[in-house]
Design a protein around this ligand. Sequence first.
Ligand code: SF4
Length: 250
Amino acid sequence: MTSSVSYENWTQQSVTFPTDDGTKGARTVLEWAYQNYPEDKIVYASSFGAEAIVLIDLIQQIKPDANIVFLDTGLHFPETYDVIDKIESRFPTLKIERKKPALSLDEQAAEYGSALWKRDPNLCCQIRKVIPLQETLSSKDAWISGLRREQSPTRKDTQFLNKDDKFKNIKICPLIHWTWDEVWSYIKENELPYNILHDHHYPSIGCFPCTQPVGMDGDSRAGRWAGSGKTECGLHTKIGDITTGKRRPT
Ligand code: SF4
């Protein structure tokens, strides 16, 4: 391990991490991240899904007062809010922010019509997820994400450190080498709380209007925006400009 890395003078080769630390590099990457970024310059953007539970447990061992942000669209399942409550009880020193969009659901309906997610899920995600995360990351240098390479073809090339042109940040992905089975072994062995929807064929959990149960042996993200052709909310793609107004993303 060597020096820190910044968005402006990014070089992918500047830091290397061993993967034989018992966590496939995740612990080493997190230790590096919290040593190299001041606490007000790094945040974990958490969905509180299964991968998030692993990351939160690893993070709290390294940085007990780490900043975590949850993009609270107002459209999550009650079970998701339940697991956040349980994590807050289990790890009370973590600083968990429930970040809300500028528009309430009523304001969004008044401006764009009801159930925008049915007619234009990209715009809905832009308003309720992408812009709020951009607001959070505008004061950060790095953010942590629970992406794993096996989650989908679009994530197979994810690195531990990624130059994030969308948010002008370094995106740190400690779990890239973990399998789904390894995520669950860690959760069970450490008796961690998790979203109980995972026990009912929801491997990937987002907002309730856009999440369906799927077979556990198939594409773990097949239940997200099923049938719409949309596969990502926009946090991990380069499509769609960051906007601070109400203009439709391109
Ligand atoms: Fe809207 Fe669905 Fe995106 Fe949630 S996942 S912000 S409901 S389009």
